[in-house]
Design a protein around this ligand. Structure first.
Ligand SMILES: O=C(O)c1cc(=O)[nH]c(=O)n1[C@@H]1O[C@H](COP(=O)(O)O)[C@@H](O)[C@H]1O
Length: 224
C-alpha cells in the first residue's frame, strides 16, 4: 500500500519545490501544492511537479458563488489533480457544482474548520465556539452534497468518519511528538491521526523545513 503521507510543498520557488519533491518522492504517497505555489506558477508549475510521478493534491480551497467555483474547477481540467479542495462554508450548492465540474478521477474534498482555528476563533467569526460540532455539521453537508470527503484535524476525524464511513478524510495539522506547532492550533501526531481514521496525512514544515527532508519523511513514515 502506498504511504498516506502527502507532503505540502509550500513555496513560491519552483526550483526549491522540484528539489523538495524529488528528495522525498520515494518515501511519501503524494505531493500537495497550495496557494503559495499556484499563485506563483499556475498550471504550468503543477504539471512540472506532476512530472515527478506522484499523485498531486491541488489545495486551492475554493470558496465563492457556485458558478464561479464550478468555472474555476472546469478550468483545472488541464491538470486533473488526484485531490482538489473547496471550503465547505461555501455551501451545499457550491459543493455540488464543484463536484459536477471536476474531472472524473479527481476527489473533491471540503475544508471544514481550518486546523489553525480553535473554538474561540470560531466564536470571533460568529460561529458557535465548538470545533467538533462545526466539523460534524460541515462533514454531513459535504457528504450530502456528493463530495468525496473532507479536511479536518485529527481531533475530529473519528467523529466525522462515524457520520460518513466511506468518506475520504484528509488530516493536516500533523506534528511528530514535540514538534514545533507554528500557526497550527488543533494538532495530532501522525500515528494518532491515522488511528483515529485519517485516509491521508498532510505534512508540511516538519518535513520541508528539516535539514534533511528525506530523512524527516522516513522518520515519520517509520512511526506509522
Ligand atoms: O487543506 C489543507 O490542506 C489544510 C487545511 C487545514 O485546515 N489546515 C492546513 O494546515 N492545511 C494545509 O496543510 C498544510 C500544513 O502545513 P504544515 O503546518 O507546514 O504541516 C498547509 O499546506 C496548509 O495549507
Amino acid at each position: 500500500m502506498s504511504s498516506p503521507i502527502y507532503v505540502a510543498i509550500d513555496t513560491p520557488d519552483l526550483a526549491r519545490a522540484k528539489l523538495l519533491a524529488a528528495r522525498v518522492r520515494n518515501h511519501v504517497g503524494g505531493l500537495k501544492l497550495g496557494l503559495e505555489f499556484f499563485a506563483a506558477h499556475g498550471q504550468a508549475g503543477v504539471r512540472e511537479i506532476a512530472a515527478i510521478g506522484l499523485p498531486i493534491f491541488l489545495d486551492l480551497k475554493l470558496h465563492d458563488i457556485p458558478n464561479t467555483v464550478a468555472s474555476a474547477v472546469q478550468a483545472l481540467h488541464g491538470v486533473a489533480p488526484a485531490i482538489l479542495t473547496v471550503h465547505a462554508a461555501g455551501g451545499r450548492a457550491m459543493m455540488e457544482d464543484a463536484k459536477a465540474a471536476a474531472p472524473l478521477g479527481t476527489k473533491v474534498v471540503a475544508v471544514t474548520v481550518l486546523t489553525s482555528l480553535d473554538a474561540s476563533d470560531l466564536g470571533s467569526i460568529g460561529v458557535a465556539p465548538d470545533t467538533h460540532a462545526q466539523v460534524e455539521r460541515l462533514t454531513a453537508l459535504a457528504r450530502d452534497a456528493g463530495l468525496d470527503g473532507v479536511v479536518c484535524s485529527g481531533n475530529e476525524v473519528a467523529a466525522a468518519r462515524k457520520l460518513w464511513p466511506k468518506g475520504f478524510f484528509v488530516v493536516p495539522g500533523v506534528r511528530p511528538a514535540g514538534g514545533d506547532l507554528g500557526d497550527q492550533k488543533r494538532v495530532m501526531t501522525p500515528r494518532q491521526a491515522l488511528d483515529n481514521g485519517a485516509s491521508i496525512l498532510v505534512i508540511g514544515r516538519p518535513i520541508t523545513k528539516a535539514e534533511d527532508p528525506d530523512a524527516a519523511a522516513r522518520a515519520i513514515a517509520a512511526t506509522l
